[in-house]
Design a protein around this ligand. Sequence first.
Ligand code: GLN
Length: 532
Amino acid sequence: MKYVVVTGGVMSGLGKGIVSASVGKILKSYGLTVRMLKMDGYLNVDPGTLNPYEHGEVFVLNDGTETDLDLGHYERFLNLNLDRDSSVTNGKIYKEVIDNERKGIYLGKTVQIIPHVTNVIIEHIKQINESDVVIIEVGGTVGDMENMVFLEALRQISIKEKVVFVHLSYVPLSSGNEQKTKPTQHSIRNLLQLGIYPDIIIGRCGTDLQQETKNKISLFGGVEKSCVISDPDAEIYELPLLFDRQNLGNIVMNKLDFEINQEAEKNKFKELDLWKNLVENLKNKSKSVSIGVVGKYAHLEDAYLSIKEAVKHSQMNLNIPVNFEIVEAESENLEEKLKKFDGIIVPGGFGIRGIEGKIRAVNFCRINKIPFLGLCLGFQVAVIEFARNVCNMDDANSSEAAQECPNPVIDLLFEQIKISDLGGTMRVGAYPCVIKSDTLAHEIYNKDTIDRRYRHRYGLNLKYKEILERNGMLFSGTSPDGKLMEILELNKEVHPFFIASQYHPEFSSRPEKPEELFMGLVKACAEKIKRL
Ligand code: GLN
């Protein structure tokens, strides 16, 4: 097995996930089978219980793994489905070591970080097989206490296996606009102290690295000048193209001893050319449609990252420019703020905060016939709004927001009722959803069954299904047994585009495979503008 390890220097937030995904994308375009692995230093067993304030959104995989947003980047760039083996945290590794110790597996031995913890890490890495290359991203920055043990395990692997170490570092500009390499020099020194010699150094800077900067980094880092690569400010999907232009693919392929034959070269050209065409559409400067997301983490774009990306994928495929904005659900003058949008998304969320604002946003869309897409909690608040304002149940609510509510139109899923722990206890992962014919959902998907990813505890309370239907709400998607309502919509004669899903379509959207609900919304917005 061959590996590319991506480490970070100087500070976090440089886009290491996107760099790793871009390297993966380039290698895949040569026709290689690529797997991705993210290593994180924190002690949470998975990021499912982390607050979006601290960690951005929780990304959900098909198998129900709750993970961090970098895995979303991997899936989007490589157009593949990852699984629970695609991420490890210190929490997961230590839990395994301690469980082993309790089971008596190390009986008689002193259990130590080296070799017991490093061995478990190596086992995790080695269990990924059936691919040509594994790209491993180490979270945080080199020198963080938390990641030391991962780097030590990777150093050990590199003794016997082919490993290319890519170090992403920050190159700040001085007040005189000079590119400064000192922080990068320090971070390389940290890496060398751990016994790791970088093969490629990528400099994250506002602009391309100057030759002089590259020379310095090459000298201090002990890498060839051609192996110092620029990572300037750019649209994220542009990065594989920018790297390819700097020959990064070739360099990595050579260092890993992969032969680049004519077919591989042709493959790469074809795949990156298609990608380029999609990326070009993001630069379309004609009149854009405006989409607002009514969320409770309005100042924190990463909390709604997959939604933002899913909208971009529609933009890339439809060549319709979109202006995307997040609006705080708790704004006093919410309706005033929503007026400027051609379409509105009400995203997922947990807890009470923001729910009433989201209900108001749905009401605004329904009454004013603004294209509306509800996602997970967005589905639930659409039900509450409809129950209150169309079915005249003023006290309708979700039992998540109001425990003693007399009309809990949204209630705990029956299989969830006995669950009291908050970690790893949701209906999470991919499940099939059956779509009724002659509905908006069917028109959008043009399929009878889809698989989408879920992450929720609550759902439609079946006791209220009939009254909602009688008043015009249509449940156009259900679980195969018909017991869980998964898609709702309003008739096209009543509203041009009003649809919501209990699943999270944003987790399944990729540039090369845009998710249909987002495509539907963007198209509906464009039609609305045309009509005006
Ligand atoms: N809080 C709601 C539930 O648990 C919605 C979850 C979500 O939006 N992801 O069902």
